[in-house]
Design a protein around this ligand. Structure first.
Ligand SMILES: Cc1cc2nc3c(=O)[nH]c(=O)nc-3n(C[C@H](O)[C@H](O)[C@H](O)COP(=O)(O)OP(=O)(O)OC[C@H]3O[C@@H](n4cnc5c(N)ncnc54)[C@H](O)[C@@H]3O)c2cc1C
Length: 443
């Protein structure tokens, strides 16, 4: 098998299927620079990244900047999928600043949430306050995930040693004496092969790469699923926070997306069919009862098709790697939407992987010891956060079962009375337990 080393300058991009940035984020500079017109899809690359979500695109960008030859295979034909995580946390914004990209990113349309709150009848409690963090970015930037991914793709494809193939679905792995040596993927109706020094599965919670690699996922029973829908935003609506609204047996979350509200309605795990039989009326009623300022728009929810199910998973792989293969992000550890940590953790996995693997990749050989080091850096944090999520989810399930909602509120009240503890939820939401910073030599 041919093993590619780093700093390979061949440009191998498919003219039809390579990422085409949307207007506003177009890679104009690449065109101005008169780069060679790409003609072929590669058969060899140093790193094959399966899945162009936040984990895959950030890892690709970090490696490409160091001259590593990178190919991202993304199953979808664009990045535009409704109802995905849209929060960019301070850890991500600081990473973008380290790369010199934060100002440009923050010129794209977004809103800012400076705090998160629990709102229940007669009581409002700040859960996490980002304004108290010592950072240039004391807020969550709420930006359409597609916009963020397009932005990353625009910067990634300025590197001649990097490419993103859209509409390229990984369907198989190549192996040689137990070592993963690349993937088989379907692109424009054809099965193709891509051989790589390292294959990285960043293909999300239902990861095909994880399954093909035989990496076992251990599931921890989440208690809820979430139905997402959008309602229009109007002048005068409250803003600046992500709110969890608790009332009766309902739990709803609202995130301000500028022109619309993204609303999550939590249902008991496995009760989707039951909820569907009841239709949208109970959800409209819950909006009216629980979020009075949104009540005037509840009637706009008319069809079940306006709802998008997020089947919540809390799970993680015992082992994130095999010889020649690594999984990170949701592929290694699907996490609950509680705390909105999915993108933050996926991006920090990518930073940890780049910190550890850039050196070995530039030398042309990645060992299982290197891959195990990536997991060691990240897995303990994920395990602690997921355990915390499972505990918090039990409280939400309690709400579905008409149990009291006073317990979480009381806990927060206690936390806020202790000055040295009150900043903990904001810090953990912003950074996780111990943020992974990009190595200075990779900046
Ligand atoms: C409805 C919803 C709301 C959410 N809200 C939030 C939030 O507010 N904040 C937050 O932080 N997180 C949120 N999340 C979670 C967050 O979106 C994920 O944790 C995060 O996107 C994980 O990033 P990733 O790169 O690991 O995987 P993903 O973002 O899932 O990306 C995986 C990519 O792989 C591609 N792919 C899949 N299979 C293949 C294949 N066989 N071959 C090639 N490509 C493939 C997919 O098309 C996708 O683009 C939400 C998730 C959902 C579904």
């Amino acid at each position: 098998m041919q093993v590619l080393t780093s700093r390979r300058s061949t440009v191998t991009r498919s003219a039809r299927s390579v990422h085409k940035p949307r207007p506003g984020t177009t890679n104009r500079r690449a065109r101005r620079d008169n780069r060679p017109v790409p003609t072929t899809v590669p058969t060899h690359t140093s790193v094959c990244i399966a899945g162009g979500g936040p984990a895959g695109m950030v890892l690709a960008l970090l490696l490409a900047r160091q001259g590593v030859d990178v190919t991202v295979l993304e199953a979808a034909h664009d990045f535009d999928r409704a109802f995905r995580g849209d929060t960019l946390h301070p850890a991500i914004l600081e990473l973008m600043a380290d790369l010199g990209l934060a100002d440009e990113l923050l010129r794209l349309p977004h809103t800012r949430a400076t705090h998160a709150r629990f709102i229940s009848p007669g009581e409002t409690q700040v859960i996490a306050d980002f304004r108290r963090l010592h950072t240039r970015y004391p807020y969550l930037a709420v930006m359409k995930q597609a916009r963020f991914l397009d932005f990353l793709a625009g910067h990634l494809t300025r590197h001649p040693n990097a490419r993103v193939l859209l509409g390229a679905r990984v369907e198989g792995l190549h192996e040689d004496h137990g070592r993963v040596t690349g993937v088989r993927y379907r692109h424009e109706g054809e099965l193709r092969d891509l051989y790589a020094t390292l294959t990285v599965g960043t293909d999300g919670r239902f990861s095909k790469v994880r399954e093909l690699g035989g990496l076992r996922l251990r599931r921890h029973s989440p208690g809820q699923d979430v139905l997402w829908f959008a309602l229009p935003r109007r002048d005068g609506d409250p803003g600046g926070s992500i709110d969890l609204h608790l009332g009766g047996p309902h739990c709803l979350v609202t995130t301000d997306h500028g022109e619309r509200w993204q609303v999550g309605f939590s249902i008991r795990k496995g009760s989707y069919r039951e909820a569907r039989e009841r239709g949208v009326n109970p959800i409209r009623d819950a909006v009216r009862e629980t979020i009075p300022w949104l009540a005037d728009r509840a009637d706009l929810l008319t069809e079940w098709s306006q709802l998008h199910l997020l089947a919540v998973e809390v799970a993680r792989c015992d082992r994130w790697w095999r010889d020649g293969l690594l999984v990170i992000g949701d592929a290694a550890h699907p996490i609950s939407p509680i705390g909105g940590m999915g993108i933050n953790m996926a991006v920090q996995d990518a930073v940890a992987a780049a910190n550890v693997l850039t050196g070995p990749l530039t030398r042309g050989r990645v060992t299982t010891r290197d891959l195990a080091r990536v997991q060691r850096t990240r897995a303990w944090q994920i395990a602690v956060l997921q355990t915390q999520q499972v505990v918090e989810e039990r409280e939400v399930v309690g709400i579905h079962e008409h149990a009291t909602i006073h317990r979480p509120i009381a806990l927060l009240n206690a936390l806020h009375r202790l000055p040295w503890l009150r900043d903990v939820p904001g810090y953990v939401t912003a950074y996780g337990l111990k943020p992974v910073r990009l190595s200075p030599e990779l900046r």
